[in-house]
Design a protein around this ligand. Structure first.
Ligand SMILES: NC(=O)c1ccc[n+]([C@@H]2O[C@H](COP(=O)([O-])OP(=O)(O)OC[C@H]3O[C@@H](n4cnc5c(N)ncnc54)[C@H](OP(=O)(O)O)[C@@H]3O)[C@@H](O)[C@H]2O)c1
Length: 331
């Protein structure tokens, strides 16, 4: 007997790939809070035990590149959400493998298992330019569009939030360096809040047929040059730093060196992707009825909120520490 109240949203069984990351962990928490059944496949579930304690959420260690494994986990799923993505190639993690091959295997596994619905994370400017990140994102989108499945594609600009790769990363670097030489300083970005990205996905997942075949470009209300963003981060963190815009010839040299450093603060592929402005045209957030948060108004609480401050101090500690005066200001 169906015990759900008549108007309650349907409880979905969802499979997530990449559900342990910056975006995914927040999406999993939202889905769990709404009572959906969530299975998350990870390369190592032991690192993500905290997700597994959420009601209705199970995290499994699995080889997501293996079709038979995917078929097994897809059985009984109403939809699959693919959030896997890499910004840099390291070891066995390659752009084509993580973006295109994985998506093709997932599509084949969906067909074999009978799963019909796929939500695919991509990126603004996917398929354009010289960066292999963007090129392979575009190839993966084509695989999804040609799949015959009911698909939805999400294309965010750079995403900000506690623990992100933008504010947190630049706050770390600014904490370490008195002068920050910056490649591609005039690249335009339209930072979008992670909460808005997750809200967009929640609405599209629950929307039923109206979100099928849609490409949602997800970008914030402010378009800012990278150099402006970095200076805003420095100012918000109370760090007096000199941000030095590099011409492209020097930026390319910096990117080549950055590739060799631990953690790859910048790579040649990042440098290539920044040749294209990460700005959208068709506003996916407003299509979904979401009023986006502005980067400039969220930034102070991102850095000075409890989590932001802790994240910044932890990061700085790991990377060799802040100058004494900065430490005093932040603690
Ligand atoms: N953050 C942004 O600013 C931004 C902007 C545009 C688009 N996106 C896209 O949005 C998605 C989510 O971003 P995010 O910031 O949440 O990323 P993230 O924190 O790096 O998480 C990505 C997840 O993918 C899995 N993963 C990473 N490398 C993998 C590999 N080589 N093979 C298989 N799985 C791998 C990881 O799960 P396990 O370790 O558990 O296996 C990880 O939790 C990505 O596709 C990203 O490219 C992000």
């Amino acid at each position: 007997m169906n015990t759900q109240p008549r108007n309650a949203p349907r409880r979905l069984n969802l499979l997530l790939l990449g559900g342990t990351g910056f975006v995914g962990s927040r999406l999993v928490a939202r889905l769990a809070a709404q009572g959906h059944g969530v299975r998350v496949l990870s390369r190592n579930r032991e690192k993500h035990r905290e997700l597994g304690i959420l009601p209705g959420v199970s995290v499994y260690s699995a080889n997501i590149y293996d079709r038979a494994t995917l078929v097994r986990y897809l059985r009984g799923s109403d939809a699959v959400i693919n959030l896997v993505g890499i910004l840099n190639e390291t070891g066995s993690a390659k752009f084509r493998k993580a973006h295109v091959d994985l998506t093709a295997t997932l599509v084949a596994a969906c067909r074999e298992s009978g799963a019909r619905r796929i939500h695919q994370m991509s990126s603004l400017r996917a398929g354009e330019g010289q960066s292999m990140y963007l090129v392979t994102r575009g190839e993966a989108e084509r695989v999804v569009r040609a799949s015959g499945l009911q698909w939805t594609i999400y294309r965010p600009s750079v995403i900000f939030g506690v623990g992100d790769g933008l504010v947190t990363r630049f706050a770390r670097l600014l904490g370490m360096l008195p002068v920050l030489p910056l490649a591609r300083p005039h690249a335009h970005l339209a930072p979008v809040a992670v909460e808005d990205v997750v809200e967009a996905m929640m609405r599209a997942i629950m929307a039923g047929p109206s979100s099928v075949g849609q490409v949602y470009e997800l970008f914030g209300p402010e378009t800012l040059e990278l150099v402006r963003i970095v200076r805003m981060v420095a100012a918000a963190a109370g760090l007096r730093r000199w941000v030095l815009p590099l011409p492209d010839a020097l930026g390319a040299v910096q990117a080549r060196i950055g590739e060799l450093l631990p953690g790859k603060p910048i790579s040649l592929d990042n440098f290539r992707s920044l040749a294209l402005d990460s700005v959208g045209q068709k506003n996916g957030l407003s299509m979904l009825g979401i009023v986006p948060r502005a980067f400039s108004s969220e930034l102070p609480c991102l850095l000075h909120g409890r989590h932001g401050r802790t994240a910044l101090l932890d990061a700085a500690r790991k990377l060799g520490g802040l100058a004494a005066e900065d430490r005093a200001r932040l603690s």
